[in-house]
Ligand binder design. Structure first.
Ligand SMILES: CCCCCCCCCC/C=C\C/C=C/C(=O)SCCNC(=O)CCNC(=O)[C@H](O)C(C)(C)COP(=O)(O)OP(=O)(O)OC[C@H]1O[C@@H](n2cnc3c(N)ncnc32)[C@H](O)[C@@H]1OP(=O)(O)O
Ligand SMILES: Cc1cc2nc3c(=O)[nH]c(=O)nc-3n(C[C@H](O)[C@H](O)[C@H](O)COP(=O)(O)OP(=O)(O)OC[C@H]3O[C@@H](n4cnc5c(N)ncnc54)[C@H](O)[C@@H]3O)c2cc1C
Length: 616
């Protein structure tokens, strides 16, 4: 199909090599080539062809995705793939923006076995689980409790005579609920999205399991019922940590899809007039459309950068823990908690803005933006609800203030809290990314001190830390967000500095995005900078001008920057986001193919006939 002339023109501009940026995003040219190879292995294989999942009922969708997921597993094993990114490539190429039915088996059943089973148990369960000889799930949440783990009601009473645990869900609120991939007792019914996953319920009534079913790499129960605590009790939370550490990159992936669709479509879509009689401009030429999408484009790059960094950090900490060193578990937990919470929340807001920016066609499943949205938005609740996780980060920051007062060294990711910040010169409209980072770190430091003063005062008054925290949860959450933004901006600036050395032209365009991210973040909290006397109105006016100027620099690069995400059309599965920009013709073809247009709507005639006969 010929290229849409608008997109053809957009691809003639630009100041950087798109392919080199794709290689950077993938982690090197070889990884790009391997990703292309794996995508083609899926896209050319007829087993992965099937009905357009956007036309399917819940039951049909589950069946089709299970069929495809099994094919993904076979393909992954056939190609001897064990790298998680490569396995994700095969999965994403097949799932059409859905979550596959066996996802939880891999991420929430196999992972904890790997983390907490002893060698005997690994032989017994981990090996068959990896071969899908056992299909598992993660049944933690109950009808009555999800966030408050210590409130869970399910019982496991040890019967010393039979060396068994007797499992019971003694109350209705104890029924296991939301259990992804739980095929035992029942499905919890239709959901907002996640149609590919059978989130189940599980009632337990005197279910007996052998003592050695308790994963024993950390804690264990001896024959006489004595509980031997793990060396570090918090390691039992580790299975949630793994998914949380991965979810920032998942958020970046989903936001990258959404901005790719919205920016390509915004170049194809002509609407209204700027100069009467001069034709309808591309909607991406409107400053308001740029203001919707360019901060999100910058955000997608920022989230990808910090998502890769978080996974590397988490993997290092897990290796240390495997060698018995737990000193970075707390930092890993709160970084994963804060980044998972902020990134997935801002991502689902961003996907919605991308949908809005495509007008009516964004509301059509032809765009796939609704599909990406409803499947992504679960990540702000699942694996730890947003506020819950931000409070974890906030409590850690309160401890950092005490550590600072006591002269205890801080973890690297919060070292800036011990730095002094000052800004004397007036900001003009070309503030560099390092100065923007300093400002964002300054705000986080000041906010942490401000919140800590309230919590301390409350603690003095009540002597109860939980009460003190509970009274100031709103500002504790904001404090955790401010810190997490400092972590994100620091990772982005660090990566862009590195790329500026290795590939100046790519680094330059990314530095523009980094400035957009930083200026947007500062303007979103401008009152704090005035209140803390770090910025004046003139500074804020100047960086607002800077933001609009940055949009003009990014405008000719925008399509190339989303092309660099390198989504194959069959992976993106969006008519608005097609690489060739041939939207209208394919929208019409897609609509005509809808089963709704195929079935004779006998029901319509039947009921309208009744209406006519009723002679109202
Ligand atoms: C691997 C590839 C993945 C790819 C991803 C693909 C997409 C996957 C899609 C996933 C979607 C759906 C699946 C969803 C599954 C689920 O939802 S599973 C259930 C998840 N549930 C939760 O997250 C519950 C949230 N609540 C909690 O975590 C705890 O209740 C909470 C932390 C809030 C409170 O813990 P408490 O023990 O009650 O009390 P607290 O004092 O706060 O904590 C005690 C102590 O422990 C430390 N801590 C807490 N959590 C962790 C942790 N995870 N790791 C390490 N340490 C932890 C905390 O800091 C305290 O330490 P302190 O030193 O005593 O202060
Ligand atoms: C798509 C999806 C898939 C899931 N898959 C699984 C799975 O496979 N296995 C599994 O075990 N679970 C699963 N879950 C459940 C998930 O882990 C829980 O929904 C999540 O932990 C939130 O708990 P909750 O639903 O009890 O919400 P609640 O904790 O009841 O939250 C409700 C509200 O109360 C607020 N709140 C709660 N506690 C506090 C507090 N201490 N301070 C301030 N505010 C508070 C929250 O911020 C929120 O606004 C899944 C959920 C979804 C949506």
């Amino acid at each position: 199909m010929p290229m849409n002339p608008d997109l053809e023109k957009e691809r003639q501009g630009g100041t950087f090599d798109v392919e080199q940026l794709t290689h950077i995003l993938d982690g090197g040219r070889d990884k790009t080539l391997k990703r292309h190879f794996l995508e083609q292995e899926v896209l050319k294989d007829p087993v992965f062809r099937g009905p357009d999942t956007r036309f399917l009922s819940r039951e049909e969708l589950f069946g089709e995705l299970l069929r495809k997921h099994v094919a993904v597993i076979k393909k992954t094993q056939e190609l001897s793939i064990d790298d998680i990114n490569e396995a994700s490539t095969i999965y994403s190429a097949a799932m059409n923006n859905n979550v596959g039915p066996l996802t939880l088996h891999s991420v929430a059943f196999v992972a904890p076995l790997d983390l907490m089973a002893d060698d005997e148990q690994k032989k017994k369960w981990l090996i068959p689980a990896k071969k899908y000889e056992i299909i598992g799930c993660y049944a933690q949440t109950e009808l009555g409790h999800g966030s408050f783990i210590r409130g869970l009601e399910t019982r496991a009473d040890y019967d010393v005579n039979t060396q068994q645990f007797v499992l019971n869900t003694p109350t209705e609120t104890a029924i296991k609920w939301w259990v992804g991939g739980c095929v035992a007792v029942g499905d919890i019914g239709p959901k907002f999205g996640f149609g590919g996953v059978d989130n189940g319920y599980l009632c337990l009534n005197n279910v007996r399991i052998p003592r050695d079913n308790l994963l024993a790499k950390t804690g264990k129960v001896l024959e006489d019922g004595t509980y031997v605590k793990p060396e570090n009790p918090k390691v039992v939370y580790g299975s949630m940590l793994g998914i949380r550490a991965a979810l920032p990159k998942v958020g970046a992936y989903n936001l990258s899809k959404a901005v790719t669709i919205a920016i390509r479509y915004s170049c194809v879509r002509h609407q209204s007039e700027i100069k009467p009689g001069c034709g309808e401009p591309q909607v991406l030429d409107y400053q308001t459309q740029q203001h919707k999408l360019f901060p999100l484009l910058a955000t997608a790059y920022a989230f990808h950068t910090v998502g890769v960094w978080m996974l590397d950090f988490h993997s290092t900490v897990m290796n240390e823990i495997n060698e018995g060193h737990y000193h970075r578990l707390a930092e890993d937990h709160v970084l994963a908690a804060g980044l998972k919470a902020v990134i997935n929340w801002k991502t689902h807001e961003g996907i919605e803005i991308c949908r809005f920016s495509c007008g009516g066609h964004g509301y059509s499943l032809a765009s796939s933006l609704p599909v990406i949205y409803v499947n992504h938005v679960a990540n702000s609740t699942a694996e730890g609800e947003t506020v819950i996780l931000l409070l974890q980060t906030a409590v850690y920051l309160m401890k950092c203030v005490i550590d600072l007062e006591q002269g205890t060294p801080l973890d690297p990711s919060v070292a800036y809290l011990d730095q002094s910040f000052s800004k004397s010169e007036q900001w003009c409209s070309d503030v560099d990314m390092h100065s923007l980072l300093k400002a964002i770190q300054f705000r986080s430091k000041k906010f942490t001190e401000y919140v800590s003063s309230f919590v301390k005062k409350e603690l003095m008054a009540t002597g109860n830390q939980q009460l003190a925290f509970n009274k100031h949860k709103v500002i504790l959450v904001e404090c955790a967000k401010a810190h997490t933004e400092a972590v994100i901006m620091n990772a982005f600036v660090t990566k862009v500095d590195e790329i500026l050395q290795s590939n100046p032209s790519v680094g330059k365009v990314l530095s523009l995005l980094c400035q957009i991210y930083g200026v947007t973040e500062i303007l979103a909290h401008s009152g704090d900078y005035i209140q803390y006397e770090y910025l004046r109105k003139i500074d804020l006016d100047n960086i607002q001008d800077q933001l609009f100027k940055l949009y003009t620099y990014i405008r000719p690069e925008a399509v190339l920057l989303v092309d660099a995400f390198d989504f194959h059309d069959e992976v993106l599965k969006s008519i608005l986001g097609r690489y060739d920009g041939q939207v209208y013709e394919n929208m019409f073809k897609w609509a005509k193919a809808s089963p709704f247009n195929k079935q004779d709507q006998g029901t319509f005639r039947k009921y309208i006939q009744q209406l006519k006969q009723a002679k109202l």
